[in-house]
Design a protein around this ligand. Sequence first.
Ligand code: BG6
Length: 487
Amino acid sequence: MAKIPPGVGPRFPQVVVLFGATGDLARRKLLPGLYHLSAAGFIPGCRIIGVSLDDIDADGFRGVARAALGEFASRKVTESDWALFSQSLDYVPLSAGAPALRAAVEAAERSLGGETRRLHYLSVPPSAALPAVQMLGEAGLVERSRIVMEKPFGTDLASAVSLNARLHETFAEEQIFRIDHFLGKEPAQNILAFRFANGLFEPIWNRNFIDHVQIDVPETLGLGTRAGFYEQTGAYRDMVVTHLFQILAFMAMEPPTALEPAPISEEKNKVFRSMLPIQPADVVRGQYAGYRAEPGVDPESEAETFIALKCYIDNWRWAGVPFFLRTGKRMAEGQRIISIAFREPPKSMFPPGSGVGAQGPDHLTFDLADASKMSLSFYGKRPGPGMRLDKLSLQFAMHDTGLIGEVLEAYERLILDAMRGDRTLFTTAEGIERLWQVSTQLLEAPPPVRLYPPGSWGPKSIHQLIAPHAWRLPFERAWRDPNKTGG
Ligand code: BG6
Protein backbone atom coordinates (compact mmCIF):
# COMPACT_ATOMS: atom_id res chain seq x y z
CA MET A 1 0.00 0.00 0.00
CA ALA A 2 1.40 3.44 -0.96
CA LYS A 3 2.66 5.62 1.90
CA ILE A 4 0.14 8.31 2.86
CA PRO A 5 1.66 11.81 2.76
CA PRO A 6 1.77 13.62 6.12
CA GLY A 7 -1.11 16.05 6.81
CA VAL A 8 -3.67 14.07 4.80
CA GLY A 9 -5.00 12.23 7.83
CA PRO A 10 -5.83 13.35 11.39
CA ARG A 11 -3.02 13.90 13.91
CA PHE A 12 -4.59 11.87 16.69
CA PRO A 13 -6.14 8.38 16.85
CA GLN A 14 -9.93 8.44 16.59
CA VAL A 15 -12.79 6.82 18.45
CA VAL A 16 -15.80 6.77 16.12
CA VAL A 17 -19.26 6.42 17.66
CA LEU A 18 -21.49 5.35 14.80
CA PHE A 19 -25.23 5.78 15.39
CA GLY A 20 -27.32 3.83 12.87
CA ALA A 21 -24.44 1.34 12.62
CA THR A 22 -26.47 -1.45 11.05
CA GLY A 23 -28.46 0.80 8.68
CA ASP A 24 -28.32 1.15 4.93
CA LEU A 25 -25.80 4.02 4.76
CA ALA A 26 -23.48 2.44 7.33
CA ARG A 27 -23.40 -0.83 5.41
CA ARG A 28 -23.08 0.70 1.95
CA LYS A 29 -20.64 3.52 2.60
CA LEU A 30 -19.53 4.21 6.16
CA LEU A 31 -18.19 0.80 7.23
CA PRO A 32 -16.47 0.14 3.87
CA GLY A 33 -15.11 3.72 3.97
CA LEU A 34 -13.77 3.41 7.53
CA TYR A 35 -12.25 0.06 6.60
CA HIS A 36 -10.41 1.57 3.64
CA LEU A 37 -9.22 4.62 5.58
CA SER A 38 -7.88 2.36 8.36
CA ALA A 39 -6.32 -0.28 6.12
CA ALA A 40 -4.68 2.30 3.85
CA GLY A 41 -3.10 4.01 6.84
CA PHE A 42 -4.93 7.34 6.61
CA ILE A 43 -5.85 7.24 10.32
CA PRO A 44 -3.15 6.76 12.96
CA GLY A 45 -5.40 4.44 15.00
CA CYS A 46 -9.14 3.96 15.08
CA ARG A 47 -11.83 2.28 17.19
CA ILE A 48 -15.43 2.13 16.01
CA ILE A 49 -18.33 1.73 18.38
CA GLY A 50 -21.55 0.83 16.60
CA VAL A 51 -24.84 1.98 18.16
CA SER A 52 -28.30 1.05 16.89
CA LEU A 53 -31.68 -0.31 17.90
CA ASP A 54 -30.58 -3.87 17.03
CA ASP A 55 -30.07 -6.12 20.02
CA ILE A 56 -26.71 -7.60 19.00
CA ASP A 57 -23.26 -7.76 20.62
CA ALA A 58 -19.79 -6.85 19.33
CA ASP A 59 -19.48 -10.17 17.48
CA GLY A 60 -22.87 -9.65 15.89
CA PHE A 61 -21.73 -6.21 14.73
CA ARG A 62 -18.53 -7.68 13.31
CA GLY A 63 -20.74 -10.05 11.32
CA VAL A 64 -22.75 -7.10 9.98
CA ALA A 65 -19.56 -5.25 9.05
CA ARG A 66 -17.98 -8.27 7.34
CA ALA A 67 -21.11 -8.85 5.26
CA ALA A 68 -21.25 -5.14 4.37
CA LEU A 69 -17.64 -5.19 3.16
CA GLY A 70 -18.35 -8.35 1.16
CA GLU A 71 -21.27 -6.70 -0.54
CA PHE A 72 -20.21 -3.05 -0.90
CA ALA A 73 -16.43 -2.55 -0.56
CA SER A 74 -15.08 -1.21 -3.84
CA ARG A 75 -11.55 -2.37 -3.08
CA LYS A 76 -10.22 -5.80 -2.21
CA VAL A 77 -10.66 -6.86 1.44
CA THR A 78 -7.66 -8.95 2.60
CA GLU A 79 -7.98 -11.37 5.52
CA SER A 80 -5.12 -9.72 7.41
CA ASP A 81 -6.58 -6.20 7.05
CA TRP A 82 -10.02 -7.49 8.04
CA ALA A 83 -8.57 -9.25 11.13
CA LEU A 84 -7.09 -5.92 12.28
CA PHE A 85 -10.21 -3.94 11.44
CA SER A 86 -12.56 -6.38 13.17
CA GLN A 87 -10.59 -5.96 16.41
CA SER A 88 -11.31 -2.24 16.26
CA LEU A 89 -15.10 -2.80 16.28
CA ASP A 90 -17.31 -2.73 19.35
CA TYR A 91 -21.07 -2.37 19.80
CA VAL A 92 -23.51 -0.82 22.27
CA PRO A 93 -27.27 -1.35 21.73
CA LEU A 94 -29.25 1.85 22.15
CA SER A 95 -31.23 0.21 24.94
CA ALA A 96 -28.05 -0.11 27.08
CA GLY A 97 -28.08 3.68 27.49
CA ALA A 98 -25.54 6.44 28.08
CA PRO A 99 -23.44 4.80 30.84
CA ALA A 100 -22.73 1.74 28.66
CA LEU A 101 -21.74 3.99 25.75
CA ARG A 102 -19.41 5.99 27.94
CA ALA A 103 -17.79 2.79 29.26
CA ALA A 104 -17.23 1.52 25.70
CA VAL A 105 -15.67 4.83 24.58
CA GLU A 106 -13.37 4.89 27.60
CA ALA A 107 -12.29 1.31 26.95
CA ALA A 108 -11.57 2.20 23.31
CA GLU A 109 -9.56 5.25 24.37
CA ARG A 110 -7.51 3.20 26.84
CA SER A 111 -6.75 0.65 24.15
CA LEU A 112 -5.47 3.40 21.83
CA GLY A 113 -3.40 5.04 24.57
CA GLY A 114 -2.17 8.67 24.48
CA GLU A 115 -4.18 11.57 23.17
CA THR A 116 -7.29 10.72 21.14
CA ARG A 117 -10.26 12.44 19.51
CA ARG A 118 -13.92 11.42 19.23
CA LEU A 119 -15.98 11.46 16.05
CA HIS A 120 -19.71 10.94 16.56
CA TYR A 121 -21.42 10.01 13.31
CA LEU A 122 -25.23 10.30 13.29
CA SER A 123 -26.36 8.11 10.41
CA VAL A 124 -29.98 8.27 11.57
CA PRO A 125 -33.29 9.73 10.29
CA PRO A 126 -34.12 13.33 11.35
CA SER A 127 -36.45 12.16 14.15
CA ALA A 128 -33.65 10.17 15.82
CA ALA A 129 -30.98 12.86 15.66
CA LEU A 130 -31.80 14.79 18.84
CA PRO A 131 -32.21 11.72 21.06
CA ALA A 132 -28.72 10.62 19.92
CA VAL A 133 -27.30 14.07 20.72
CA GLN A 134 -28.94 13.90 24.14
CA MET A 135 -27.42 10.49 24.79
CA LEU A 136 -23.95 11.81 23.88
CA GLY A 137 -24.48 14.73 26.27
CA GLU A 138 -25.62 12.44 29.10
CA ALA A 139 -22.68 10.13 28.47
CA GLY A 140 -20.30 13.10 28.83
CA LEU A 141 -18.81 12.50 25.38
CA VAL A 142 -18.87 16.08 24.09
CA GLU A 143 -15.31 16.99 25.01
CA ARG A 144 -12.60 16.41 22.40
CA SER A 145 -15.30 15.49 19.93
CA ARG A 146 -16.78 16.41 16.57
CA ILE A 147 -20.22 15.40 15.41
CA VAL A 148 -21.20 14.54 11.84
CA MET A 149 -24.88 15.07 11.05
CA GLU A 150 -26.51 13.36 8.09
CA LYS A 151 -29.07 15.07 5.89
CA PRO A 152 -31.86 15.97 5.59
CA PHE A 153 -31.07 18.56 8.23
CA GLY A 154 -34.60 19.23 9.44
CA THR A 155 -37.66 18.87 7.23
CA ASP A 156 -38.57 22.56 6.84
CA LEU A 157 -37.40 25.97 8.05
CA ALA A 158 -38.94 25.74 11.53
CA SER A 159 -37.57 22.26 12.23
CA ALA A 160 -34.08 23.17 10.93
CA VAL A 161 -33.95 26.31 13.11
CA SER A 162 -35.10 24.36 16.14
CA LEU A 163 -32.68 21.48 15.41
CA ASN A 164 -29.79 23.95 15.22
CA ALA A 165 -30.86 25.62 18.46
CA ARG A 166 -31.18 22.28 20.28
CA LEU A 167 -27.87 21.04 18.89
CA HIS A 168 -26.12 24.16 20.14
CA GLU A 169 -27.31 23.34 23.68
CA THR A 170 -24.87 20.42 23.59
CA PHE A 171 -22.31 21.03 20.84
CA ALA A 172 -20.55 24.24 19.77
CA GLU A 173 -20.95 25.16 16.08
CA GLU A 174 -17.22 24.42 15.44
CA GLN A 175 -17.86 20.83 16.52
CA ILE A 176 -20.75 20.28 14.10
CA PHE A 177 -20.12 18.87 10.61
CA ARG A 178 -23.27 18.79 8.46
CA ILE A 179 -22.42 16.36 5.72
CA ASP A 180 -23.55 16.48 2.10
CA HIS A 181 -21.69 13.69 0.37
CA PHE A 182 -22.11 15.19 -3.11
CA LEU A 183 -19.59 17.85 -2.07
CA GLY A 184 -17.09 15.10 -1.30
CA LYS A 185 -17.30 13.72 -4.81
CA GLU A 186 -14.08 14.33 -6.71
CA PRO A 187 -15.86 15.82 -9.77
CA ALA A 188 -17.77 18.31 -7.58
CA GLN A 189 -14.48 19.69 -6.32
CA ASN A 190 -13.25 19.64 -9.86
CA ILE A 191 -15.92 22.23 -10.70
CA LEU A 192 -14.03 24.65 -8.46
CA ALA A 193 -10.69 23.72 -10.02
CA PHE A 194 -12.09 24.01 -13.53
CA ARG A 195 -13.75 27.36 -12.93
CA PHE A 196 -11.10 29.12 -10.92
CA ALA A 197 -7.80 27.63 -12.12
CA ASN A 198 -8.37 28.50 -15.79
CA GLY A 199 -8.67 31.80 -17.57
CA LEU A 200 -10.72 30.36 -20.39
CA PHE A 201 -14.20 29.80 -18.99
CA GLU A 202 -14.66 32.12 -16.02
CA PRO A 203 -15.00 35.25 -18.24
CA ILE A 204 -18.03 33.69 -19.97
CA TRP A 205 -19.54 32.17 -16.80
CA ASN A 206 -22.49 34.53 -16.56
CA ARG A 207 -25.86 35.61 -17.95
CA ASN A 208 -24.31 37.32 -20.96
CA PHE A 209 -23.06 34.03 -22.36
CA ILE A 210 -24.98 31.28 -20.60
CA ASP A 211 -28.56 30.59 -21.65
CA HIS A 212 -29.58 28.01 -19.05
CA VAL A 213 -28.16 25.29 -16.80
CA GLN A 214 -29.33 21.74 -16.09
CA ILE A 215 -28.43 19.66 -13.07
CA ASP A 216 -29.80 16.22 -13.77
CA VAL A 217 -29.42 13.21 -11.47
CA PRO A 218 -31.74 10.39 -12.57
CA GLU A 219 -31.31 7.09 -10.68
CA THR A 220 -32.33 3.60 -11.75
CA LEU A 221 -32.44 2.29 -8.20
CA GLY A 222 -35.70 2.11 -6.28
CA LEU A 223 -36.36 2.26 -2.55
CA GLY A 224 -34.45 -0.79 -1.38
CA THR A 225 -35.23 -1.14 2.31
CA ARG A 226 -35.69 2.58 2.84
CA ALA A 227 -39.48 2.94 2.62
CA GLY A 228 -39.74 4.31 6.18
CA PHE A 229 -37.15 7.02 5.49
CA TYR A 230 -38.38 7.84 2.02
CA GLU A 231 -42.04 8.16 2.97
CA GLN A 232 -41.05 10.95 5.39
CA THR A 233 -38.68 12.71 2.99
CA GLY A 234 -39.46 12.23 -0.71
CA ALA A 235 -37.16 13.27 -3.54
CA TYR A 236 -37.17 17.01 -2.82
CA ARG A 237 -35.93 16.70 0.76
CA ASP A 238 -33.73 13.68 0.04
CA MET A 239 -31.90 15.03 -3.00
CA VAL A 240 -32.73 18.60 -4.01
CA VAL A 241 -32.62 20.68 -0.86
CA THR A 242 -29.37 18.90 -0.08
CA HIS A 243 -27.23 17.58 -2.91
CA LEU A 244 -28.54 19.37 -5.99
CA PHE A 245 -28.63 22.84 -4.41
CA GLN A 246 -25.12 22.34 -3.05
CA ILE A 247 -23.83 21.47 -6.51
CA LEU A 248 -25.70 24.46 -7.87
CA ALA A 249 -23.83 26.67 -5.39
CA PHE A 250 -20.42 25.39 -6.58
CA MET A 251 -21.50 25.98 -10.14
CA ALA A 252 -22.87 29.49 -9.51
CA MET A 253 -20.81 31.06 -6.73
CA GLU A 254 -18.42 34.00 -7.06
CA PRO A 255 -14.70 33.28 -6.70
CA PRO A 256 -13.93 32.87 -2.98
CA THR A 257 -10.97 34.81 -1.61
CA ALA A 258 -9.33 31.50 -0.63
CA LEU A 259 -10.20 27.81 -0.88
CA GLU A 260 -10.90 27.76 2.83
CA PRO A 261 -14.05 27.05 4.84
CA ALA A 262 -15.16 30.59 5.70
CA PRO A 263 -14.65 32.18 2.26
CA ILE A 264 -16.25 29.21 0.46
CA SER A 265 -19.25 29.12 2.81
CA GLU A 266 -19.66 32.86 2.43
CA GLU A 267 -19.84 32.65 -1.37
CA LYS A 268 -22.17 29.64 -1.30
CA ASN A 269 -24.46 31.34 1.17
CA LYS A 270 -24.59 34.43 -1.04
CA VAL A 271 -25.89 32.22 -3.87
CA PHE A 272 -28.55 30.81 -1.55
CA ARG A 273 -29.50 34.30 -0.36
CA SER A 274 -29.98 35.37 -4.00
CA MET A 275 -32.15 32.40 -4.88
CA LEU A 276 -35.76 33.30 -5.58
CA PRO A 277 -38.35 31.26 -3.66
CA ILE A 278 -39.22 28.06 -5.55
CA GLN A 279 -42.65 28.51 -7.15
CA PRO A 280 -44.94 25.47 -7.00
CA ALA A 281 -45.95 26.23 -10.62
CA ASP A 282 -42.31 25.67 -11.64
CA VAL A 283 -42.21 22.19 -10.11
CA VAL A 284 -43.19 18.75 -11.44
CA ARG A 285 -43.59 16.09 -8.75
CA GLY A 286 -43.79 12.47 -9.85
CA GLN A 287 -44.26 9.04 -8.36
CA TYR A 288 -43.38 5.86 -10.22
CA ALA A 289 -46.27 3.55 -10.93
CA GLY A 290 -46.18 0.73 -8.37
CA TYR A 291 -44.58 2.81 -5.58
CA ARG A 292 -47.71 2.63 -3.42
CA ALA A 293 -47.60 -1.17 -3.50
CA GLU A 294 -44.00 -1.33 -2.18
CA PRO A 295 -43.63 -2.84 1.31
CA GLY A 296 -43.83 -0.15 4.01
CA VAL A 297 -45.40 2.46 1.69
CA ASP A 298 -48.80 4.02 2.46
CA PRO A 299 -51.24 2.82 -0.26
CA GLU A 300 -52.35 6.45 -0.62
CA SER A 301 -48.86 7.94 -0.36
CA GLU A 302 -48.33 11.39 -1.86
CA ALA A 303 -44.53 11.16 -1.44
CA GLU A 304 -42.71 12.12 -4.63
CA THR A 305 -40.10 9.72 -6.01
CA PHE A 306 -39.29 12.23 -8.75
CA ILE A 307 -38.94 15.96 -8.95
CA ALA A 308 -38.06 18.45 -11.65
CA LEU A 309 -38.01 22.20 -11.13
CA LYS A 310 -36.92 25.54 -12.45
CA CYS A 311 -35.21 28.05 -10.16
CA TYR A 312 -33.47 31.40 -10.44
CA ILE A 313 -30.54 33.12 -8.76
CA ASP A 314 -31.39 36.78 -8.83
CA ASN A 315 -27.93 38.37 -8.75
CA TRP A 316 -25.72 40.26 -11.22
CA ARG A 317 -24.16 37.11 -12.60
CA TRP A 318 -27.29 34.99 -13.05
CA ALA A 319 -30.47 37.10 -13.16
CA GLY A 320 -32.89 35.66 -15.72
CA VAL A 321 -30.91 32.44 -16.33
CA PRO A 322 -33.10 29.43 -15.52
CA PHE A 323 -31.56 26.50 -13.64
CA PHE A 324 -33.39 23.24 -14.30
CA LEU A 325 -32.97 20.50 -11.71
CA ARG A 326 -34.24 16.94 -11.97
CA THR A 327 -33.84 13.73 -10.00
CA GLY A 328 -35.87 10.60 -9.35
CA LYS A 329 -35.91 6.91 -8.55
CA ARG A 330 -36.57 4.03 -10.97
CA MET A 331 -35.77 6.17 -13.99
CA ALA A 332 -34.44 5.12 -17.37
CA GLU A 333 -30.73 5.64 -16.63
CA GLY A 334 -28.44 6.43 -13.75
CA GLN A 335 -26.54 9.63 -14.55
CA ARG A 336 -25.25 12.70 -12.71
CA ILE A 337 -24.63 15.63 -14.98
CA ILE A 338 -24.39 19.38 -14.98
CA SER A 339 -24.91 20.80 -18.42
CA ILE A 340 -24.43 24.42 -19.36
CA ALA A 341 -26.07 25.70 -22.54
CA PHE A 342 -24.43 28.74 -24.11
CA ARG A 343 -26.29 31.46 -25.90
CA GLU A 344 -26.50 31.03 -29.65
CA PRO A 345 -24.87 33.44 -32.13
CA PRO A 346 -26.71 35.07 -35.06
CA LYS A 347 -26.80 32.49 -37.83
CA SER A 348 -28.01 34.52 -40.79
CA MET A 349 -24.78 34.16 -42.79
CA PHE A 350 -25.18 30.39 -43.13
CA PRO A 351 -27.09 29.09 -46.16
CA PRO A 352 -30.49 27.47 -45.59
CA GLY A 353 -30.16 23.79 -44.76
CA SER A 354 -26.60 24.17 -43.45
CA GLY A 355 -27.62 22.60 -40.14
CA VAL A 356 -26.37 25.50 -37.99
CA GLY A 357 -28.15 25.45 -34.62
CA ALA A 358 -30.16 22.39 -35.65
CA GLN A 359 -28.75 20.29 -32.82
CA GLY A 360 -29.22 22.78 -30.02
CA PRO A 361 -26.77 25.26 -28.51
CA ASP A 362 -23.14 24.63 -27.56
CA HIS A 363 -22.91 22.77 -24.28
CA LEU A 364 -20.36 22.27 -21.58
CA THR A 365 -21.23 19.12 -19.68
CA PHE A 366 -19.74 17.70 -16.49
CA ASP A 367 -20.32 14.09 -15.55
CA LEU A 368 -20.23 13.82 -11.76
CA ALA A 369 -19.45 10.08 -11.72
CA ASP A 370 -16.36 9.17 -9.67
CA ALA A 371 -14.45 8.67 -12.92
CA SER A 372 -15.43 12.12 -14.08
CA LYS A 373 -15.80 13.25 -17.66
CA MET A 374 -16.30 16.56 -19.35
CA SER A 375 -17.46 17.50 -22.81
CA LEU A 376 -17.64 20.68 -24.81
CA SER A 377 -19.86 20.50 -27.86
CA PHE A 378 -19.77 22.94 -30.77
CA TYR A 379 -20.59 23.20 -34.48
CA GLY A 380 -17.92 22.45 -37.05
CA LYS A 381 -17.84 22.03 -40.78
CA ARG A 382 -18.48 18.62 -42.25
CA PRO A 383 -15.56 17.84 -44.62
CA GLY A 384 -16.32 18.10 -48.34
CA PRO A 385 -17.99 20.58 -50.68
CA GLY A 386 -20.46 23.26 -49.57
CA MET A 387 -21.08 24.38 -45.96
CA ARG A 388 -22.76 21.66 -43.92
CA LEU A 389 -22.41 21.86 -40.14
CA ASP A 390 -22.35 19.06 -37.60
CA LYS A 391 -22.31 19.04 -33.81
CA LEU A 392 -18.88 17.90 -32.65
CA SER A 393 -17.34 17.60 -29.21
CA LEU A 394 -14.13 17.77 -27.26
CA GLN A 395 -14.19 15.22 -24.48
CA PHE A 396 -12.00 14.57 -21.48
CA ALA A 397 -12.18 11.47 -19.29
CA MET A 398 -10.35 11.26 -15.96
CA HIS A 399 -9.67 7.64 -16.94
CA ASP A 400 -7.14 8.86 -19.48
CA THR A 401 -4.93 10.32 -16.74
CA GLY A 402 -4.29 6.93 -15.13
CA LEU A 403 -5.00 8.52 -11.73
CA ILE A 404 -8.39 6.94 -11.09
CA GLY A 405 -6.96 4.65 -8.38
CA GLU A 406 -6.21 7.73 -6.24
CA VAL A 407 -9.87 8.78 -5.99
CA LEU A 408 -11.28 8.66 -2.46
CA GLU A 409 -14.96 7.78 -2.30
CA ALA A 410 -17.01 10.85 -1.24
CA TYR A 411 -17.74 9.61 2.28
CA GLU A 412 -14.11 8.57 2.81
CA ARG A 413 -12.93 12.01 1.87
CA LEU A 414 -15.45 13.73 4.14
CA ILE A 415 -14.91 11.44 7.14
CA LEU A 416 -11.21 12.15 6.87
CA ASP A 417 -11.85 15.90 6.64
CA ALA A 418 -14.13 15.79 9.71
CA MET A 419 -11.46 13.88 11.66
CA ARG A 420 -8.98 16.60 10.70
CA GLY A 421 -11.44 19.34 11.61
CA ASP A 422 -11.48 20.68 8.04
CA ARG A 423 -14.94 22.18 7.32
CA THR A 424 -14.31 23.28 3.72
CA LEU A 425 -16.71 20.75 2.18
CA PHE A 426 -19.40 20.88 4.87
CA THR A 427 -22.57 22.93 4.87
CA THR A 428 -23.47 25.66 7.35
CA ALA A 429 -26.56 26.26 9.50
CA GLU A 430 -27.17 29.56 7.72
CA GLY A 431 -27.03 28.01 4.25
CA ILE A 432 -29.34 25.17 5.18
CA GLU A 433 -31.87 27.44 6.85
CA ARG A 434 -31.95 29.69 3.78
CA LEU A 435 -32.58 26.68 1.51
CA TRP A 436 -35.55 25.67 3.65
CA GLN A 437 -36.76 29.25 3.50
CA VAL A 438 -36.78 29.34 -0.32
CA SER A 439 -38.60 25.98 -0.21
CA THR A 440 -41.44 27.14 2.03
CA GLN A 441 -44.01 27.91 -0.68
CA LEU A 442 -43.39 24.57 -2.34
CA LEU A 443 -43.58 22.60 0.91
CA GLU A 444 -46.79 24.37 1.90
CA ALA A 445 -48.55 23.97 -1.45
CA PRO A 446 -46.89 21.12 -3.36
CA PRO A 447 -48.34 20.38 -6.80
CA PRO A 448 -50.02 16.95 -7.04
CA VAL A 449 -47.82 13.93 -7.77
CA ARG A 450 -48.10 12.60 -11.32
CA LEU A 451 -47.44 8.98 -12.14
CA TYR A 452 -44.59 7.95 -14.41
CA PRO A 453 -43.73 4.49 -15.68
CA PRO A 454 -40.67 2.94 -14.01
CA GLY A 455 -37.76 3.08 -16.46
CA SER A 456 -38.87 6.41 -17.95
CA TRP A 457 -37.59 9.99 -17.69
CA GLY A 458 -40.49 11.18 -15.48
CA PRO A 459 -44.05 12.46 -16.01
CA LYS A 460 -44.84 14.01 -19.41
CA SER A 461 -45.07 17.56 -18.03
CA ILE A 462 -41.27 17.74 -17.65
CA HIS A 463 -41.14 18.83 -21.29
CA GLN A 464 -43.43 21.81 -20.70
CA LEU A 465 -41.34 22.80 -17.70
CA ILE A 466 -38.18 23.18 -19.76
CA ALA A 467 -39.70 24.39 -23.08
CA PRO A 468 -38.52 25.99 -25.36
CA HIS A 469 -35.34 24.16 -24.34
CA ALA A 470 -34.98 20.39 -24.07
CA TRP A 471 -33.53 18.05 -21.44
CA ARG A 472 -30.00 16.98 -22.36
CA LEU A 473 -30.72 13.45 -21.12
CA PRO A 474 -30.98 10.98 -22.69
CA PHE A 475 -27.93 12.09 -24.66
CA GLU A 476 -28.35 12.15 -28.42
CA ARG A 477 -24.66 11.36 -28.75
CA ALA A 478 -23.25 9.02 -26.08
CA TRP A 479 -20.00 9.79 -24.28
CA ARG A 480 -17.05 8.42 -26.23
CA ASP A 481 -15.67 5.29 -24.65
CA PRO A 482 -12.25 6.31 -23.30
CA ASN A 483 -11.00 2.74 -23.76
CA LYS A 484 -11.58 2.84 -27.52
CA THR A 485 -9.42 4.89 -29.84
CA GLY A 486 -10.81 6.82 -32.76
CA GLY A 487 -14.37 6.64 -31.30
C1 BG6 B 1 -28.39 9.81 -0.90
C2 BG6 B 1 -29.88 9.71 -1.03
O1 BG6 B 1 -28.04 10.91 -0.08
O2 BG6 B 1 -27.80 9.95 -2.17
C3 BG6 B 1 -30.22 8.53 -1.92
O3 BG6 B 1 -30.47 9.55 0.24
C4 BG6 B 1 -29.51 8.61 -3.24
O4 BG6 B 1 -31.64 8.47 -2.12
C5 BG6 B 1 -28.00 8.84 -3.01
O5 BG6 B 1 -29.70 7.41 -3.95
C6 BG6 B 1 -27.26 9.09 -4.30
O6 BG6 B 1 -25.90 9.18 -4.01
P1 BG6 B 1 -24.80 8.63 -5.01
O7 BG6 B 1 -23.50 9.02 -4.41
O8 BG6 B 1 -25.00 7.14 -5.08
O9 BG6 B 1 -25.11 9.29 -6.30
